[in-house]
Design a binder for this molecule. Sequence first.
Ligand SMILES: NC(=O)c1ccc[n+]([C@@H]2O[C@H](COP(=O)([O-])OP(=O)(O)OC[C@H]3O[C@@H](n4cnc5c(N)ncnc54)[C@H](OP(=O)(O)O)[C@@H]3O)[C@@H](O)[C@H]2O)c1
Length: 256
Amino acid sequence: MFNLEKSTLAVVTGASQGIGRTIALSIAEKVKNLTIILIARNEEALKQTKRLIEKANGGAEVKIYARDLSSIEIDECTSIMKENVKEFENGVIFHNAGSLGCLDRTINLTDTKVWKQFFHLNVISASLLNSSFIHEMRYNAKNLFVVNISSLCGIQAFKNMAMYGAGKAARNLFFKVLAEEETDVKVLNYCPGPVDTNMVTQVIGDVKDSEVRSMFKGMRDNKTILSTEVTVDKLLGILQAGDYKSGDVIDFYDRI
Ligand SMILES: NC(=O)c1ccc[n+]([C@@H]2O[C@H](COP(=O)([O-])OP(=O)(O)OC[C@H]3O[C@@H](n4cnc5c(N)ncnc54)[C@H](OP(=O)(O)O)[C@@H]3O)[C@@H](O)[C@H]2O)c1
């Protein structure tokens, strides 16, 4: 159970916009005694997230790290964690940064540079940040939480989303194994549902398959798409209630 009353170190990747910015802001609104680490490439947008957090919670300590997670190595991850480690009641990391990769037919996914960059950002960087977070925080926080922002696309096949889905599927299994091994860490794989962010704009603009394009466009047009606030509210509610088994994959629509 994640107790929001207690001192917390939170790490949010992809905190410059979309779901990640809303996670960072919502945590800041709810946790008074907070140190929060924001990671993404766009420094100006991270500064804007920082300003919004400081407006919501004047006491929060906000650290920003403009980094490209498609090339980050372990030394840099460790130094980010070491710079911020001290005693907290809770430590929580939200592995949220992500990209769509190439939205084309599987038989056309032949550019190894694109594959490597995609996997470094979407799988390898999450593994590196996660290792450094747990190694540095284990003896400094009483309760450790890991949240993997996953997707239905990692479970169900959608045309032209083989690269994206393969990354999410790999992450789900990675974090399930983590839950088996590190029994003192509570791990949640959360599928946020379809959420109105730049990522959806990019799918509608770039995906080759017309059915998939219409599906995403339809959700936006008929307003069944979720806001970042609604899905993040549900995520934080699940974390707080703690009514899941470590390693579970929970979708927004599983908890109505
Ligand atoms: N929107 C949806 O419908 C939906 C559904 C299921 C799952 N998700 C997942 O939710 C997460 C957040 O997505 P979103 O919808 O909020 O999309 P978004 O608005 O496009 O945000 C993506 C975030 O990832 C960061 N990022 C991308 N490439 C990066 C890189 N190379 N290095 C560091 N950071 C990088 C971006 O920051 P910079 O550009 O500043 O680097 C941005 O903050 C993703 O993991 C996505 O797969 C989204």
